[in-house]
Write a protein of this length. Sequence first.
Length: 153
Amino acid sequence: MNVVIQPVEWLEGELTPPPSKSHTHRAVVCGSLSEYCEIKNALVSEDTSATMEAVKALGASIRVDAGGNIAIEGVCGSLSTPEDVIDAKNSGTTLRFMISLCSLAPGLSVLTGDNSLRKRPNAPLLSAMAQLGALTFSTKGDGTAPIVVFGGD
């Protein structure tokens, strides 16, 4: 079968891809570091809600509407020290992203999750963080959560 595609002078239309948990996690993290961000058609789930709560603990402000749109007033790169332990619930993505983000926040951050998450290995990430100069450790000494992160000044 031969197909010939003819050029056109203009193309118009709108495409709404299905929401993605992976994209939503990443957009929330990036948006939290900016000044202001709107995420349209996000996938709001228990996992992505854990990420939203975690970035709020680092200073971002988040509003979610009934249509799955998220408005984030970010920290403009200046993260705050969390007032409490950050609970990633059962979200490995949240835990791993927050280990990295917390290394940029001043002071000490503690990250944990539910029983299942506290059994998942994080030693390779903790090792990579150490190679980058970050001080992180597992409170159990085995690479699993709870994880303590010492941030910048």
